[in-house]
Design a protein around this ligand. Structure first.
Ligand code: ACO
Length: 376
């Protein structure tokens, strides 16, 4: 037996959903390169590809889209639950709670029925945006908006959030961001969902655990922290280098940099950087984009040899903020995309299931005696 902290390089399962070439910065969903999907596809099509292992025909896509639209609404009890949370609740906490509570409205005690399993995943893909938008509007004292069946997944999310139908450029950016974040192999949150799923727990319980895992700053929660980090830097672009030197001296992890698998720039970061650059050019420039680009350049000089480069979270927040999204919605938005990957992994796990039960290297006391309370 061997011990590998963080399970680095340990193969935990076979999977045919996505593959990553970390040395060359290549990501593929079901064999198709992410750049190709970002340019030509839509979130609905990618969700279908991930779930059913094939690109849909036009009829298949329109039937899938109709199923998604039919599952967008959430039970009134979930709206009440979201409304009962303090306004200060982080939206990831609200999302995790609501997803878990879906099991109360859609009991799912057996996971042997593949049609029922598929239904549960489609429901979650469809209603994650509704949960996030509903919570955001409730906490701001705004009227909750019903999903709009005339709009696609991306546009409907923005509509439910902002109360306005987005223009085509905004819709497309959100759609591409959804495509880029939909799946990424055995990352922490996907692994979490698969571990819980391997106990044959209900799908909502399994994937609400994945939401909790994604929320961490070392994982999906990094996208929010990048913006907080940039806000901490005084002096604009010129302030980046002294800030970086100080951060290095304090041995701080720089948010949005580094990855367990990628040793070069994450290909999703390249696409997101292009979108951020365009948005900053067309929607009024602030120093933020230039500061991020400067930070990337310094990191390349000083940490590049260690294989530390921008990951997906480095530029995404710049894009979302330019579209008017609040910082604490960045990670929930990641979850809205990633539920497609989590759901595909949950189904794959159950298709060839064995409960995850690794072992440990015991390093505690041995032969310790019980000491009565009066003698301690
Ligand atoms: N800033 C500075 N140094 C870093 C960074 C960083 N962001 N990331 C890694 N390093 C350094 C470590 O200090 C360590 O150096 P050492 O060998 O001198 O001790 C070395 O690189 C290896 O780092 P680990 O933390 O051991 O790498 P691991 O694979 O365990 O962690 C992780 C990967 C969690 C992503 C890490 O790079 C990190 O914390 N990054 C910042 C948070 C972040 O952006 N997370 C999002 C990742 S993408 C996603 O999950 C959606």
């Amino acid at each position: 037996m061997s011990f590998t902290p963080g399970l680095a390089g340990v193969i935990a399962a076979e999977s045919s959903i996505s593959s990553i070439d970390g040395q060359n910065g290549i990501l593929r969903y079901r064999g198709i390169r992410i750049e190709d999907l970002a340019e030509n596809s839509s979130f609905e099509e990618v969700a279908y590809l991930l779930l059913f292992n094939a690109l849909p025909t036009a009829d298949q896509l329109s039937a899938f889209d109709a199923r998604l639209k039919a599952h967008r609404s959430i039970p009134e009890g979930i709206v009440t639950l979201l409304g009962s949370l303090p306004d200060t609740t982080h939206p990831m906490v609200a999302l995790q709670s609501a997803v878990s509570a879906l099991a109360a409205y859609y009991p799912h005690f057996e996971v042997e029925d593949s049609a029922k399993n598929e239904e549960a995943i489609i429901r979650m893909i469809a209603c994650f945006p509704t949960i996030v938008a509903t919570f955001d509007r409730l906490r701001k004292g705004k009227e909750v908006l019903a999903p709009n069946a005339d709009l696609d997944h991306a546009a409907n999310f923005l509509y439910m959030l902002n109360g306005e139908i987005p223009d085509e450029k905004q819709r497309r950016i959100i759609d591409v961001a959804l495509v880029l974040h939909a799946e990424h192999g055995f990352n922490a949150s996907t692994f979490t969902g698969r571990v819980v799923g391997s106990t044959t727990a209900n799908p909502y319980g399994s994937l609400s655990a994945a939401v909790g895992s994604l929320s961490g700053p070392l994982h999906g929660g990094a996208n929010e922290r990048v913006l907080h980090m940039l806000a901490e830097i005084d002096g604009g672009v010129d302030g980046v280098e002294p800030w970086f030197t100080q951060a290095q001296a304090e041995k701080r992890k720089i948010m949005g940099l580094g990855h367990r698998v990628y040793k070069v720039k994450d290909p999703r970061a390249t696409v997101l950087q292009g979108m951020a650059r365009d948005l900053f050019a067309s929607h009024g420039s602030t120093p933020l984009y230039d500061m991020a680009a400067r930070l990337e350049a310094i990191a390349k000089e000083r940490l590049g040899e260690k294989g530390i480069a921008p990951n997906v979270d480095f530029y995404s927040g710049l894009v979302y903020q330019k579209l008017g999204m609040e910082i604490d919605l960045f990670t929930p938005f990641f979850g809205i995309a990633r539920i497609a990957g989590w759901g595909s992994h949950w189904i794959e796990q159950l298709g060839n299931n064995r409960i995850y039960r690794p072992t440990q290297m015991y390093v505690g006391a041995t032969d310790a005696q019980y000491i009565p309370m009066s003698e301690r």
